[in-house]
Write a protein that binds this ligand. Structure first.
Ligand SMILES: *[C@@H]1O[C@H](CO)[C@@H](O)[C@H](O)[C@H]1NC(C)=O
Ligand SMILES: *[C@@H]1O[C@H](CO)[C@@H](O)[C@H](O)[C@H]1NC(C)=O
Length: 242
C-alpha cells in the first residue's frame, strides 16, 4: 500500500517535470497566439494591386517561417458600399461581390490562415478560371458553395463591412494593410520588415527577419498608381449624374 502510493506520487512528479519541460520548450520556441503580430488586409477581390499583393506579397508569410509570429486576417470587402436596405454594391461590379463572398466562405470553411490563404491566392491568381482549378486543388467545393448560396455569405460580408467601415483611421484605398492596427500607408513593399519590427513576443525571430534582403528594401514602388481609391466609385457615380 505504502509502496503503491510512493510510486504513484513519484510518477506524478515525473509527469509534472515532463509537463514543465514541454511548457518551457514550447514557451521558448513557439510564439504565443496572443503575442503574434496582427496583420490585417482590407481588400476587394478584383482590385489589381490587391490581387498581386495577395499572390506575390502575402505568400512570403507562408513560404517562410514568418507565419509563426503572424496572425493574418483577410477582410474581403474593400471599397464596397452597404445601402440602408443592406444591399452590397462592389467597386468592380457583381463579379467582385461574388468573389468577395466566396472568399469569405473559404475563410469560414477553413479558419486557419495557412489553409484559406492558399485557396484565396488561387482565386486571386486567376479570377476568371479559378473555379475548376482551385476546387480541384484544394477541395471545399460543397462547403463553400453551400455557404455562398445561403444567407451565411451575406452575414459574413456584412461582418466584414462592419470591420472595414469601423477602421480608425478610415481606409483611403485598397489594399489597406494594418500591423497591430496601424495603417502601413506606403510600406506595403516591406510589410515583412514591419511585422518583424512589431514582434515583441518571447519566441526567437523567424529567419526571414534576419535576411539581408529585408534591410535594403527598395523604396516603395509606385503603389499610389496601382491602388484602388475608395472615392473612385463616387467619382464614377458623379460623372454618371452629369
Ligand atoms: C496562376 O494562374 C495561372 C493561369 O492563369 C497558372 O498557370 C498558374 O499555375 C497559377 N499559379 C498559381 C501559383 O496558382
Ligand atoms: C459592428 O460590430 C460591433 C462590434 O463587433 C457591433 O457592436 C455592431 O453592432 C456592429 N454593427 C453593425 C452595423 O453590424
Amino acid at each position: 500500500m505504502l509502496f503503491t502510493m510512493a510510486s504513484s506520487s513519484s510518477h506524478r512528479l515525473v509527469f509534472f517535470c515532463l509537463a514543465c519541460l514541454l511548457f518551457t520548450f514550447s514557451y521558448n520556441f513557439v510564439a504565443g497566439e496572443s503575442d503574434k503580430v496582427k496583420l490585417n488586409l482590407y481588400y476587394e477581390s478584383l482590385c489589381p494591386y490587391c490581387q498581386s499583393f495577395i499572390a506575390d506579397g502575402l505568400v512570403k508569410i507562408f513560404d517562410s517561417d514568418l507565419h509563426t509570429i503572424t496572425d493574418l486576417k483577410l477582410v474581403p470587402f474593400g471599397n464596397a458600399h452597404v445601402s440602408d436596405k443592406l444591399t452590397v454594391t462592389c467597386q468592380h461590379g457583381e463579379e467582385e461581390c461574388k468573389l468577395n463572398a466566396i472568399e469569405a466562405c473559404a475563410i469560414r470553411t477553413w479558419p486557419d490562415p495557412n489553409v484559406h490563404y492558399w485557396f484565396i491566392r488561387c482565386i486571386e491568381n486567376d479570377t476568371t478560371n479559378w473555379e475548376s482549378s482551385c476546387f480541384t486543388k484544394y477541395g471545399g467545393k460543397k462547403a463553400i458553395k453551400d455557404c455562398y448560396t445561403s444567407d451565411l455569405s451575406k452575414t459574413l460580408i456584412l461582418g466584414y463591412a462592419n470591420q472595414t467601415l469601423s477602421l480608425k483611421p478610415k481606409h483611403i484605398y485598397v489594399p489597406w494593410v494594418t500591423v497591430n492596427g496601424k495603417p502601413q500607408y506606403q510600406h506595403l513593399d516591406d510589410f515583412v520588415a514591419q511585422v518583424c519590427k512589431a514582434y515583441k513576443g518571447k519566441a526567437s525571430l523567424p529567419k526571414i527577419c534576419h535576411s539581408s534582403a529585408l534591410s535594403k528594401s527598395p523604396q516603395s514602388k509606385v503603389v499610389k498608381l496601382q491602388v484602388s481609391y475608395a472615392e473612385e466609385v463616387f467619382n464614377h457615380q458623379a460623372k454618371n449624374l452629369n
